[in-house]
Write a protein of this length. Sequence first.
Length: 76
Amino acid sequence: MNSLFLLVFLCFLAGHLALDLKKLKRAGKPERGVYFTVYALTAAFYWCLAIGWLPPMPSQWFVHAVSPKVIQMMGL
C-alpha cells in the first residue's frame, strides 16, 4: 500500500468516526465496546503499516503452509 492510499484511508476513518460519535451516545455499552475495539484494531493495523512493519496475515500463512500440503496430498 502506498502512502497516498494510507492517507486517504486515515481521512475516511477519522471522518467516519466523527460522524458516528453522535449515534454512539445512544448505543448500549456492548455496542460501543465492539465499535471501539474494531476501531482500535484498525488504528493499530494502520500504525503498523505507517511505520513500515507488515504484520503476518493468516492468508499468507494459508497460501505458504497449507496449500502446498493439500496439493501434495491430492497428487497434483
